[in-house]
Design a protein around this ligand. Structure first.
Ligand SMILES: C[S@@+](CC[C@H](N)C(=O)[O-])C[C@H]1O[C@@H](n2cnc3c(N)ncnc32)[C@H](O)[C@@H]1O
Length: 275
């Protein structure tokens, strides 16, 4: 058996379980290759890669999301993002991903407070979006708004894209691994919500690469203030010092917002004074 055959078989074996089938295949191959090069057996490598993928993405998702059924339900709902029935439906679906579920109690305040100074949004890039496209009705969108997003999960990205289209927004939500490619299209606002700690489990350099690589006027970065199990354990303080390290020496203007479950920072490029 050649190394390449080993790797292909290993990737197929990892992706056989439904929980890992929709994850961006390039990342699965990269992690699988790294395990093989450490001399792990096939079985050990399957276990190690699945464990890492669970930590990075799977742990946040409820089991067995019925995204096709959600798409069918969505088709029967209003296209108006102010419609109460559409908003109630969005909230019920956002409860299926830990990150959006934790934000639900303060969803309206979260976006109203953090984005207050930005006016109507013309373009948004939501990095590692999960189910956050469903929060678009709570953002102040301009009539011509475009929403770009990405996630490691192909099915979440596909669903996010269907929701974007349902609201009549431009843009695209795609499947991608941010540790290998950071989108560089210019936008008014990029979101990196509770994302950096996940990405750093794959690549320790990604936090600073992300902050310098995105082509945006404003970047809303957040960190969880509690673990998935609900314990605070000084997480906010730890992440805040990490954020300060990541932004040291950069010329962003920074505003800080503390919510019960989330610590957020709005980074804005300094305004150029007229000559
Ligand atoms: C903690 S969740 C945050 C989700 C969303 N930003 C929010 O706050 O509601 C992290 C998200 O990033 C995605 N993710 C993890 N690693 C990624 C990677 N390398 N590239 C793209 N997305 C990734 C996961 O699938 C998951 O949806």
């Amino acid at each position: 058996m050649t190394g390449a055959t080993d790797l292909t078989e290993l990737v197929d074996a990892i992706r056989k379980a439904p929980a890992y089938r929709r994850i961006e295949p390039g990342l699965v191959a990269r992690l699988a290759g790294a395990e093989l090069s450490k001399g792990r057996t096939f079985k050990e490598a399957v276990k190690a890669v699945r464990g890492k993928l669970h930590q990075v993405a799977g742990a946040y998702l409820a089991d067995g999301l019925e995204l096709d059924a959600w798409a069918a339900e969505l088709a029967l709902l209003s296209h108006d993002r102010h419609d109460p029935a559409l908003r109630a439906w969005c909230q019920s679906k956002m409860s299926q991903h830990a990150s959006t579920r934790e934000r639900l109690p303060t969803l309206a305040e979260f976006y109203a407070q953090t984005l207050a100074g930005l006016g109507a949004l013309h373009s948004i890039l939501d990095l590692g979006c999960g189910l956050n496209p469903l929060a678009l009705p709570w953002m102040n969108l301009a009539p011509d708004a475009a929403y770009y997003g990405c996630d490691l999960y192909g099915d979440l990205a596909g669903f996010g894209d269907a929701f974007r289209q349902h609201l009549g927004l431009g843009g695209a939500v795609v499947t991608s691994d941010l540790t290998t490619a950071i989108p560089n299209q210019p936008v008014q606002l990029a979101l990196a919500l509770k994302l950096i700690p996940c990405l750093e489990q794959l690549d320790k350099t990604i936090g600073s690469r992300l902050l310098t690589g995105v082509n945006t006027e404003h970047l809303l970065v957040s960190f969880p203030a509690r673990s998935l199990g609900g314990r605070a354990k000084g997480m906010g303080r730890t992440y805040e010092s990490h954020f300060l390290e990541l932004t040291a020496g950069q010329d962003w203007q920074v505003q800080r917002f503390a919510f019960p479950n989330e610590l957020a920072f709005l980074l804005s490029r300094p305004r150029m004074e007229p000559a």
